[in-house]
Write a protein that binds this ligand. Structure first.
Ligand code: THU
Length: 133
């Protein structure tokens, strides 16, 4: 379970990370903070590109950073935007890959939580590694 102290730490991490969002095209800065089962926090920001489809979302940056360092179990991810916007479908799918119980916390730019639910509620009937077995 995610305690209040850790929830606050994740939100603060996402607020700080969001400063580094590279989003000259959309101007929609996103900060993410991912808590691993081992207790580490990985942050991420959206990184856009002049060739638009080459950009990537903040959630996937955080997850790919973590996975590239050997982490595969995730407790929670905070996604922090101007308006508490919802994760895109591709990010929902990538979170689902590592567990549909991962808690997804959406927060606005001031760190106010606007929605909080396990990934399975954001992506019902997800196609996961189990679907291939
Ligand atoms: N974005 C994210 O970083 N995460 C999401 O889940 C939704 C969208 C980014 C992608 C792009 O840089 C900007 O927000 C506008 O779509």
């Amino acid at each position: 379970m995610l305690n209040d102290e850790m929830r606050t730490q994740l939100i603060e991490t996402a607020i700080l990370a969001r400063r580094w969002a590279y989003c000259p095209y959309s101007k929609y800065a996103v900060g993410a903070a991912l808590l691993t089962a081992s207790g580490k926090i990985y942050d991420g920001v959206n990184i856009e590109n002049a060739a638009y489809p080459s950009g990537i979302c903040a959630e996937r940056v955080a997850i790919f950073k973590a996975v590239s360092e050997g982490e595969r179990e995730f407790e929670a991810i905070v996604v922090l935007t101007e308006n508490g916007g919802s994760p895109c479908g591709a990010c929902r799918q990538v979170i689902a890959e590592f567990g549909v119980e991962t808690l997804v916390i959406l927060a606005d730019k001031d760190g106010h939580v606007v929605q909080e639910a396990p990934l399975r509620e954001f992506l019902p009937g997800a196609f996961t590694p189990k679907s291939l077995s």
